[in-house]
Ligand binder design. Sequence first.
Ligand SMILES: [Fe+2]
Ligand SMILES: [Fe+2]
Length: 507
Amino acid sequence: MEKILQSEYRSKVQPTCQDSLTGLMDLSFFQLSMDREIERSRRYGSPFVLALLDVDDFTGYNNKYGSLAGDILLKGIGSIITRRGVRQSDLSARIAGDRFALLLVEITLPVAKKVLARIHREIIETLGPNFSLSMSIVSFPGNAATKETLLFLSEDVLAQAKESTTRKIFWPEEYEPKFKKEQSSNVLVVDDEPANVTLLSALLTSSNYNVFQATSGEEALQVVVREDIDLILLDIMMPGMDGYEVCSLLKRTEATRVIPIILITALDSVEARVKGIEAGVNDFLTKPPAREELLARVQSLIRIKKVNSNLTSIENVLISLANIIEATHKYNEGHIQRVASMALEIGKRLGMQKDDLESLKLGSMLHDIGKIGIPRQILNKPSRLTSHEQKVMKKHVQTGYNICLPLQKNLDAALEIIRNHHERLDGSGYPDGLSGDQLSLPVRIMAVVDMYDALTTKRPYRKANSRAESLAIVEENARKGRLDMEVVKQLKYFLIKQKKVDMPQQP
Ligand SMILES: [Fe+2]
Ligand SMILES: [Fe+2]
């Protein structure tokens, strides 16, 4: 039945959509078919390949051999495509004067390349050496995810093939798409030698960067304050402020520390590099930098900076969210800030490194973010929670984890804190009943400071415990094997140092 309908359809539709010269389909039918294939590909995940074929300098061919010869050539191409080329399910069309299109459906790119290369070879071998034929091969959705991109890419790849005198068949892997170029970023070039500034600026401008210039450290700082700079190329030896000073100043300033800095210097000594690293430099280049090397490093550092800027804003959004949640939680005012500062102090005393401390801080700020999912009447209930309400409350760790999970790579240890801060060393905690070594140091620290801070704050059903009382309860929990004793000791030390609890009595 389907076959009958298909042939009915073809007999009705084809004559009006056929190209009279070659017998192939015409442009309108090709466009209809492509829309249908894209739809099909999206619905069933079936790939297809679009090939464009174009006779090189067809006008020249017509002028030389006459338009009749030109028509015979086109007809010949059409008949080889029909005879040798395509399966019943594929489509071939003449879509403009000397331009042909083939749609090969449900086929992978490597197979399509072989089929199309064979067609190309046969056309050239059959129709003689007096002309050449360019071809582009692009797959959907492998190389292009929309109709527009598919057509754009096919045309551009075809243009590459037409330009080339050595190869006539091109596909996207060998082609550097123009639209992929880095968007204009702002680069600041700092050098007291004007000739160097001019040279670097010319290299960068030719690669689509907006260049700002400064001939001293002081001038560079002014530009950084005024403009949104994405990267700095910095000379070391300058009168007044040298490159190291400019760099360390920028890296110490919150608003500018994310700007990548490349030191460009004639000095290639180990000492210069060590000083540069100490000042917070991101990369080095030796004068005069090779164009390719310069552009590669600039491009990659700017890309990293943009990712980091996004990360910073994601973190900021999460922290603001955590603060909002805290503000709606009547009995928890100031909890986040207090646990974060205690956790950091303890982390430092236990020898945690800078990156781990950053994660600990972030985890502390976000540890109760899942309370966004707890109904207000439970969160702010003026009496003790029922067992059902306690169950709901306990879900905040899982909810927080789910909220932050998509940022797993960026949040790292912070995510663990969010999920595990109510776990206990003896396995009596929640949500997973983890125990012992399954609990990392940041998690153990958070468990201690979170419990301590909760004990010091008032609840509707009990008064606030004094700091000493709270510490005693926490110590008791450590003795029973629920909390890490070493962490509790550090908390005690911190509280004594802060004069928040009395010195223990000397025996
Ligand atoms: Fe919590
Ligand atoms: Fe908490």
